[in-house]
Design a protein around this ligand. Structure first.
Ligand code: UT7
Length: 329
């Protein structure tokens, strides 16, 4: 029997038009453009400003781009996996709302919560449905409206995050193209360093939790930084080693865009030249689950069939991982 692999056959993306620059932030908190650029690499990020709009409103245009490019009827979609920590609502799942909005009436789907590693975890999950032969068309979308959970009085977090969405279509390949291997990790003992204090079942929303500003992302940056540098570099190096590859064999590294210094450390550990590293943190900031597909979206025209690409991420949970892909088109 021919082995089926899961190939990415199209990419779509969406970022809102409104820009929030470092200079805008200088007027909101005690910070400055020089500090933000030198410590993170970020110059500006996009913000979904319109009232009443949520993550699905960014995921939908990203997916519609794919439907257009592939001339696909949404009814052909089998499954939608939506990686997000900022769902439209606690329930129902944003994947369901997306399916309704795009007319994917034959699809089932669910949300996957793994913070900045969400897209990587969702990609691996979607790939398994394709590899098993069960499904032919799986949409994987990474989307976050971080501006909904960022405290714009907290300079430790508000300078980092932005809003955006990226999506890929997974289809079967019998030529061995697509997702080759993944190393995915979770360690819940990292939860004190990056989380939202209230709004879950342990501490439901009350007037007090709102007054205490506990419905925003809380991060101890230095601690997360330390784990991220090691975690992302370790799995990326291990992935190369167990596939008998070196940095020379890799066409592109697609790293989670949290901090330029973490990206540099990962690339160095893999022995990769800077020209092979996708970096768009300067214009979008950290869009959590959307960073990896937004890189693929920005670089799609430069990718060639057969390119070996490593996707790597680290995020809240802690969650982290790396995935090796052979580009299919
Ligand atoms: O995507 C999910 C995973 N998240 C990450 O990977 C994020 C990892 N962490 C980071 O990227 C970095 O830790 C941050 C960018 C969040 C912070 O950078 P840092 O180099 O770790 O800064 P720090 O917290 O150690 O602060 C250094 C100094 C402190 O001042 P003193 O005590 O040295 O006088 C801070 O008070 O910088 C000060 N500082 C700021 N100054 C201007 C902290 N935030 C700011 C700011 N503007 N926004």
């Amino acid at each position: 029997m021919t082995k089926i692999t899961a190939a990415i056959t199209a990419v779509g993306g969406y970022v809102p038009e409104t820009k929030l620059t470092n200079f805008d932030l200088e007027k909101m908190v005690e910070t400055n453009d020089e500090w933000i650029r030198s410590r993170t690499g970020i110059s500006e990020r996009r913000i979904l400003k319109e009232p009443g709009k949520g993550s699905s409103d960014m995921a939908v245009p990203a997916i519609e781009e794919i439907l257009r490019k592939k001339n696909l009827d949404p009814k052909e979609i089998d499954c939608i996996i939506c990686a997000t920590v900022t769902p439209d609502m606690v329930f129902p799942a944003t994947a369901n709302i997306i399916a309704d909005k795009i007319g994917a009436t034959n699809a089932w789907g669910y949300d996957l919560s793994a913070a900045c590693s969400g897209f990587l975890f969702a990609l691996s999950s979607g790939a398994m449905y394709i590899e098993s032969g069960r499904f032919k068309k799986v949409l994987v979308v990474g989307v976050d409206k971080m501006s909904a959970i960022v405290d714009y009085t907290d300079r430790a977090t508000c300078i980092i995050f932005g809003d955006g969405a990226g999506a890929v279509l997974l289809e079967p390949s019998t030529d061995g193209l697509g997702i080759q291997d993944s190393i995915l990790k979770s360690d819940g003992s990292g939860r004190p360093y990056l989380h939202m204090k209230a709004g879950g079942s342990v501490k439901p929303a009350t007037a007090e939790t709102v007054a205490a500003r506990e419905h925003f992302a809380y991060q101890e940056g230095q601690a997360v930084f330390k784990f991220a540098v090691k975690g992302m570099a370790d799995v990326s190096a291990e992935l190369l080693e167990r596939n008998n590859l070196t940095g020379d064999d890799i066409a592109w590294l697609v790293p989670h865009q949290a901090n330029l210094r973490i990206i540099d450390a990962t690339a160095n550990r893999m022995g990769l030249a800077k020209e092979k590293v996708m970096i768009n943190i300067q214009k979008y900031g950290n869009t959590t689950a959307a960073t990896l597909p937004l890189c693929l979206w920005d670089w799609e025209n430069q990718l060639k069939k057969g390119d070996k690409i490593v996707l790597a991420a680290f995020g809240g949970g802690f969650t982290w991982g790396a995935t090796l892909i052979t580009w299919a088109y």
